[in-house]
Design a protein around this ligand. Structure first.
Ligand code: SAM
Ligand code: SF4
Length: 331
């Protein structure tokens, strides 16, 4: 039975945050001193596989692993390998992941071998010092090695860049030219108010409508009508021949075509990235060996998928509108 929500949207896309931990501390994503979930709360890789399989049986066709940093979860490749059986059987169309690239040089070849065709790599600047400043702990040369390894293994790479006011604004044209010259599409993401961080989010926020206008002074951008069901809008860049995406949760409401749900590493299902309502599947998963209880809980959760979200960055209180961090639900 397909999963169809009360607004007629068929749910075919699952994002799974396999860990809330990360080897970076990006300033817009995490505080420097984060407290992470106790390891005992995590689903085992076998439980994650079981849950994902329930979702695939219920009509999920695209599955993205994310985090935290998915590639720092111990033994993560055993999960990828397990899930790849659904690619072979044709039940799953796509298995992919979003990564910061730090561990990619170790895993790229094996990912390709498991049938992963494309991945998203997050990279907010090409400048080594700025990279270290924004990630707090990261080294750009490792990420560059990772991107090289991914391309060498035949993986298609898309870059995700978070637009940060006064940080990478001026550098974006150069990043677009660089990415496209290497055959990578690039998507620019607006910052979302998720979780307490050390910085003031309203200082980081750069509306993409302004950014697009400034890019149009340098590039000829043509809208590409094709829609992915996801939040990105794409344009073709005449000068580079590449594709550029914009994800604008703050200035554009993309909810009407939302086909996705999100699962955390503790088995909590979020029906919307921008809302607090969730369903605990871990208890149901552990309550019996069969999957019926979980499947029923999923149906019940889908019947509560909200029409949309309501992100705001509140300047007066500087409180995030969603208290959990992006690393909990995954990007
Ligand atoms: N660690 C992996 C990575 O960085 O690609 C996967 C998880 S990360 C949470 C997924 C994506 O969310 C990244 O592209 C990151 O830049 C983005 N992100 C994190 N916090 C965000 C925020 N508050 N607003 C917008 N994007 C955010
Ligand atoms: Fe880690 Fe990704 Fe968050 Fe950066 S954006 S801290 S790499 S989870």
């Amino acid at each position: 039975m397909d999963m169809i929500d009360p607004f007629g949207r068929t749910i075919t896309y699952l994002r799974v945050s396999v860990t809330d931990r990360c080897d970076f501390r990006c300033t817009y994503c995490m505080a420097e001193n984060m407290s992470f979930l106790p390891k005992n709360d995590l689903l085992s890789l076998e439980e994650l596989d079981r849950l994902c399989t329930v979702f695939i049986e219920k009509g999920v066709r695209k599955l993205r692993l994310t985090g935290g940093e998915p590639l720092v979860r111990k033994n993560i490749m055993s999960l990828v390998r397990q899930l790849s059986r659904h690619l072979k059987s044709g039940a799953l169309e796509e298995l992919t992941l979003t990564t910061n690239g730090s561990q990619l040089s170790r895993f790229a070849a094996e990912l390709a071998d498991c049938g992963v065709n494309r991945i998203n790599v997050s990279l907010d600047t090409l400048n080594a010092e700025k990279f270290h400043a924004v990630t707090r702990w990261g080294r750009i040369d490792k990420v560059m090695e990772g991107i090289d390894a991914a391309q060498a293994a035949g993986l298609k790479v898309k870059l995700n860049v978070v637009a940060l006011k006064d940080f990478n604004e001026a550098e974006l044209p150069e990043m677009i030219i660089w990415a496209h010259s290497r055959g990578m599409d690039l998507t620019i993401i607006e910052t979302m108010p998720m979780g307490e961080i050390d910085a003031d989010r309203s200082d980081q926020y750069l509306p993409l409508s302004l950014l697009r206008a400034s890019l149009e002074r340098q590039f000829a951008l043509t809208d590409i009508p094709h829609k992915t069901g996801g939040p990105a809008r794409y344009v073709h860049v005449a000068e580079t021949g590449g594709k550029l995406g914009f994800i604008t949760p703050m200035t554009h409401n993309f909810c009407e075509s939302c086909n996705r749900i999100r699962l955390t590493c503790t088995g909590t299902l979020y029906m919307c990235l921008g809302r607090e309502d969730a369903a605990d599947l871990r208890e149901k998963l552990r309550a019996s060996e069969g999957n019926e209880l979980v499947a029923d809980a999923v149906d019940e959760a889908i019947s509560r998928k909200p029409k949309g979200h309501d992100f705001v960055i509140d300047r007066r209180t500087n409180r995030p509108s969603v208290s959990r961090h992006m690393s909990v639900t995954g990007g």
